[in-house]
Design a protein around this ligand. Sequence first.
Ligand code: ADP
Ligand code: MG
Length: 382
Amino acid sequence: MNAILPGATLGVVGGGQLGRMFAHAAQRMGYLVAVLDPDADSPAGRVSHHHIHTDYADIDGLARLAGLADAITTEFENVPAPSLEHLAVARPVRPAAAAVAIAQDRVREKSHFVGCGVDCAPYAVIESAEQVVLVPPNLLPGILKTARLGYDGKGQQRVNTREELAAAWDRAGQVPCVLEKLLPLDYECSVIVARGQDGQVVHFPPQRNLHRDGILAVTEVHADNVPEAAGRLAVESAVAIAEGLQYVGVLCVEFFVLADGALVVNEMAPRPHNSGHWTLDACDVSQFELQVRTLAGLPLNAPRQHSPALMLNLLGDLWFPDDDAKPVEPRWADVLALPGAHLHLYGKTEARRGRKMGHLTITGSSIETVRGTADFAAALLG
Ligand code: ADP
Ligand code: MG
C-alpha cells in the first residue's frame, strides 16, 4: 500500500489523553484527525477536526469514522475487537483487531509470550471451581487477575492460600482469571517498539518505572537506567513479541526484573503507553509520531534520546491538598519556572483522585540534575 500523506485524515478510536497526544503529533505533520469517543468532552475530541460521539460499537458511528478517515488506529486496549474488524473492511486499521484481541485477554497474551520464547511469571488459568482446587501450591502466594478489562491494578487481588483464592475468585464474579505467582521484584521496566507494515522495527531505550497503588507514578530514562544485559534482553523480547503478532503500530511491553536479575515479561499494550510520554520532550521522534508513521505507512526513523528524562504522572489527588476541601489548581507557574520542566495537561475538566490529569517531564544535562529538579517539582505540587 502507498503511504498516506499529510493532508489526509487519520482516525482514532478512543478520545483519552493518548488520543489527544496522537492528534497533536498528526496535526503537527499536517494531517487532519477524526476521533470516535462516546464522551462529548473527551481530551482528544476537543483538539481534533472531527469528533464522532457514539459508543465504540455503534455501527453508524463506525461508518462515519470510516467515511472520514483514510486509516484508523486505537488509543486504548478495551476497544471492542469486532469494531476494529468492522472498520478494517473499509479502511486500513493498525494495529489489527487480531493483535488487539490478544492483548485484551491475559490468557491469550500469556500464551503468546510463551510461544515467542519469552519468560513470564508462573501462572495458571482459573475458569472453573475445579481449577481453583487443582492450582499448583507453588503459585501461592499469588495475584489473581481478571483475564479481561483490568488496568492500573484494577481487577487484581493478592491471595496467600487456596481458601483465599476461592474467595477472591468468587468476589471477581467467577469470570475467567489468571493466578500469577507473586514474584520478588527488584524493579519494573518497559520497552516501546514501533513496527511498520514492511516489517521495519525501531525502539526506544528501556524505561524504568515506579508504580504506586498499581498506577504508574514515575518513569526514568538515562544511560545506566537498566543494566546492559537485562536491557538488551528486554528489547529483543519486545521485538520478538511484536514480530510474533505481525504487529503494525506502536507496542509497549512491560517487564519485571527480579531480585536475582532475571527478566520476566508482565503484559503488553497495543498502543503508545504512559511510560513513553517522556519521548515527547527527550527524543527527536516521540512514540506518538511513530504511531502516526506506522499508521500512515511512512518510513520509521530510529528515535534518538537527546537528554536524560524523568516523568512524573500528575494524578487528580494533587488537586486535593486538604482532604474534603474543593479542588485547588496546583502551582503551575512555580512548576513552569523550573529549568527543563515540560508540563502536559490533558484538558480534563474534573479532577478526581487516581485520575490521570497530566504529566510533567523533566529534562537536563545529567540524571542527577533532573532528579534534583523533579524533587523540587514534587515538593511544589505537594
Ligand atoms: P495492570 O494491567 O493493572 O497494569 P499489571 O499486571 O501490570 O496490571 O499489575 C500491576 C502491578 O502489580 C505491576 O506493575 C506490579 O507492580 C504488580 N504485580 C503484578 N503482577 C505481579 C507479580 N506476579 N508479582 C509481583 N508483583 C506483581
Ligand atoms: Mg501494568
